[in-house]
Design a protein around this ligand. Structure first.
Ligand code: IPM
Ligand code: MG
Length: 359
């Protein structure tokens, strides 16, 4: 192999191990065809890590990730761990990993594939041609702001507190990622905030507006988040690149994903200023179908493609993985979440085999 990459695999919980196994097999095969090799190291994150060590993000996991060229994550979480104290929840492990690797930029493309137009719950004419990128700030905002916690007041009544906070430098660095993403796409950027109510959003809007002077080729617009949610469902094709904070991005990226019919199709990339990126499907660990060979592995495979494109700068491997996904869909293979009349219903493993065939 002319090139060799060290990949940390985080299978996580629920359907995670099933879908990541498919991604690893197609990565290996596509890599071999293009003379690109991988060494895979598995590490624990989320519920799996809690069960084994009591900690959702063991220090060895963070170390393994830091020492690799890229990190491929499946999904974390499940009912089993939902009632543990916050520091022992699977989600806390994921947030710690994002913070620990400095992954402030989360790219979530939502593109409707022609083969799946009828899988969307919206009308064909509304969703056909949807192709957008949500750029979500990932290590700041209300997810991380201080103070946070549940505090007892003098009267004995408890108060729950989180703080939405963004500094100028945090807004500027995610803003730059978004303007640059828009430049590579159709040159349209929509910034989403709640500046009519929130001061933090006013600062967000002011900084993004200021930044736009440096990107005269990008057409900038602003929307309040409630209106943006409405517009996403009403007329999604008006959007190209969206930039927003952590919480609004969490919500809007799920909505954008669902336009395409199934959240089971969408990958994401989380990138920092330097160091390894983290690549994971937008969907969760689906504990209700875990271990039943029903999961859709395609978002995981497309996340591996994003890893090759954005993380390792190996676009040819990415192209090949994406083409394989296209081919299996063209051939009519469908997991339950994207099944429609006349198509061939397959499980996770069989989808994996079809991908290898396509390669
Ligand atoms: C996501 C998820 C996570 C988030 C959870 C699992 C912590 O919903 O990646 O969108 O809220 O960021
Ligand atoms: Mg989410």
């Amino acid at each position: 192999m002319s090139k060799q990459y060290r990949i940390t695999l985080l299978p996580g919980d629920g359907i995670g191990p099933e879908i990541i196994a498919v991604a690893v097999s197609v990565l290996k095969q596509a890599g071999e065809q293009l003379n690109v090799g991988f060494t895979f190291t598995e590490a624990l994150l989320g519920g799996a890590a809690i069960d084994a060590t009591g900690n959702p993000l063991p220090e060895e996991t963070l170390e393994a990730c830091r020492n690799s060229d890229a990190v491929l994550l499946a999904a974390i979480g499940g009912y089993k761990w939902d009632n543990l104290p916050r520091h022992q929840r699977p989600e806390t492990g994921l947030l710690g990993l994002r913070a620990g690797l400095g992954l402030f930029a989360n790219l979530r493309p939502a593109k409707i594939l022609p083969q799946l137009v009828d899988a969307s719950s919206l009308k064909r004419e509304v969703v056909e041609g949807v192709d957008m990128m949500v750029v979500r700030e990932l290590t700041g905002g209300i997810y991380f702001g201080q103070p946070k916690g549940i505090f007892a007041t003098e009267t004995g009544e408890k108060r729950g507190v989180n703080t939405m906070v963004y500094s100028e430098s945090e807004i500027d660095r995610i803003g730059r990622v978004a303007f640059e993403a828009a430049q590579k796409r159709s040159g349209k950027l929509c910034s989403v905030d709640k500046a009519n109510v929130l001061d933090v959003s006013q600062l967000w809007r002011d900084r993004i507006t200021l930044l736009s002077d440096e990107y005269p080729d990008v057409e900038l617009s602003h929307l309040y988040v409630d209106n943006a949610a409405m517009q996403l469902i009403r007329a999604p094709k008006q959007f190209d690149t969206i930039v927003t904070g952590n919480l609004f991005g969490d919500i809007l990226s799920d909505a954008a994903a669902m336009l395409t019919g199934s959240i089971g199709m969408l990958p994401s990339a989380s990138l920092g200023a330097s160091g390894p990126g983290l690549f994971e499907p937008v969907h969760g660990s689906a504990p209700d179908i875990a271990g039943q060979d029903k999961a859709n592995p395609l978002a995981q495979v497309l996340s591996a493609a994003m890893m090759m494109r954005y993380g390792l700068n190996e676009p040819e491997v990415a192209d090949r993985l994406e083409a394989a996904v296209d081919q299996v869909l063209d051939a009519g293979y469908r997991t339950g979440d994207i099944m429609s009349e006349g198509m061939k219903l397959v499980g996770c493993q069989e989808m994996g085999e079809a991908l290898l065939q396509a390669l």
